[in-house]
Design a protein around this ligand. Structure first.
Ligand SMILES: Nc1ncnc2c1ncn2[C@@H]1O[C@H](COP(=O)(O)OP(=O)(O)OP(=O)(O)O)[C@@H](O)[C@H]1O
Ligand SMILES: [Mg+2]
Length: 343
């Protein structure tokens, strides 16, 4: 028997990452968080390509992802503010995710179990509202919000089936282990501390993310007479190349731009975790920006661990958490049935 379809949904400011589990099969999806009003297209081919990335929110059509970039000319991410999930762009991205998941064969999307994430610092304030907003896009879904770095932690703490991995829980002398998490995102870098199995609230904070480096790169390039859009700068951080009358290598400029955000993250990490860093069993590094900061942090803390798929870690952890919850639910029902059967 197969249960409810589970969707670990990480709607980030640069990209939507989703991990789904349906009928025993795993699915994965990533697309840029770009949204714009749809426009009439004339070319048959373009219409066919745009259709799967076009959705309707409250009677209005929107292009999402690459279609928004190519046909709509969108050059910056959907939301660089903390309350962007209130916008129709957020609704559009959630609906687009569901449409794309259906297209790659995910079933059970009428009433899935969706796990979504808030930035660490806003979890208490935004959790219920985010659940409500996500339910607006998926009215029959069970929706639960967790903090984003919690997702990264769970991708490490739970196995693929959703059960805790015992060696990550308890050490050789029976002591509960402690972990810190740094999730280097586009708009925010999020921190989390799990001390002896307990989530330490006052250590859940955020600071700036990779967008700062992208902005800085824009300034450096502009001083050299190269005009580059925010999306182009973001790509360049990863590829270390830019298109400007041909492809140019800009590794030095990228390294210089990355320094800005590296130093912000280092300062915040020191403020938050200085007292804990030496005593935790490891610092887990997640998020698309993790590879940029890894070397600098490694110099200071040898027990830093780059998660295997850092950008997908949040969605993956959410999906594993969902599996664990459904297993618990199933076990509880079995126990109840036994109690009833035994009178
Ligand atoms: N391999 C890579 N190397 C360098 N940078 C990368 C890589 N992959 C992604 N990035 C960049 O890392 C940043 C963070 O990506 P991520 O997908 O984690 O952010 P997000 O979840 O969309 O943002 P937020 O969590 O702030 O909402 C983005 O700016 C992205 O362009
Ligand atoms: Mg993120």
């Amino acid at each position: 028997m197969h249960g409810q379809t589970i969707i670990g949904l990480d709607v980030g400011r640069s990209a939507v990452k989703a991990r789904a589990f349906a009928k025993g099969q795993e699915f994965e999806l990533t697309f840029p968080s770009l949204v714009c009003h749809a426009i009439m297209l004339s070319d048959e081919n373009s219409i066919r390509t745009a259709e799967p990335e076009t959705i309707v929110v409250e009677g209005r059509s929107y292009f999402t992802g690459d279609t928004a970039r190519l046909q709509g000319g969108v050059t910056s991410s959907a939301g660089l503010s903390h309350d962007w999930t209130e916008t129709q762009a957020y609704q559009a991205l959630v609906l687009s995710t569901l449409k794309r998941l259906a297209r790659i064969g995910v079933t059970g999307l009428e009433s899935p179990y969706i796990l979504v994430g808030t930035p660490a610092a806003l979890y208490g304030k935004q959790r219920e509202r985010l659940e409500e907003l996500t339910r607006k896009a998926a009215p029959n879904a069970d929706v639960k919000a967790l903090s984003q770095p919690m997702g990264a932690f769970l991708s490490f703490f739970l196995n693929k089936k959703g059960y805790p991995i015992s060696e990550n829980m308890i050490d050789e002398i029976g002591r509960k282990k402690s972990w810190a998490v740094i999730d280097v995102g586009h708009f925010t870098t999020d921190f989390l501390l799990m001390k002896e199995g307990v989530h330490i609230d006052r250590k859940s904070e955020s600071c700036e993310g990779i967008f700062l480096a992208a902005e800085q790169l824009g300034r450096i390039l502009s001083a050299k007479g190269i005009d580059a859009s925010p999306v182009a700068c973001e790509d360049a951080l990863r590829t270390k190349k830019i298109r400007h009358f041909g492809v140019k290598s800009i590794a030095d400029e990228v390294a210089e731009a990355a320094e800005v955000v590296v130093s912000k993250i280092m300062t915040k990490t020191n403020d938050l975790l200085a007292a804990e860093a030496a005593t935790v069993d490891g610092i887990l590094l997640a998020g698309g920006g993790a590879p940029i900061i890894y070397d600098s942090l490694l110099k200071q803390w040898p027990h830093i661990m780059l998660l295997p798929e850092p950008r997908m870690a949040v969605a993956e952890g959410f999906c594993r958490y969902g599996k664990g919850q459904l297993l618990k639910r199933a076990a509880a029902i079995t126990v109840k049935e036994k109690v009833v059967a035994n009178g």
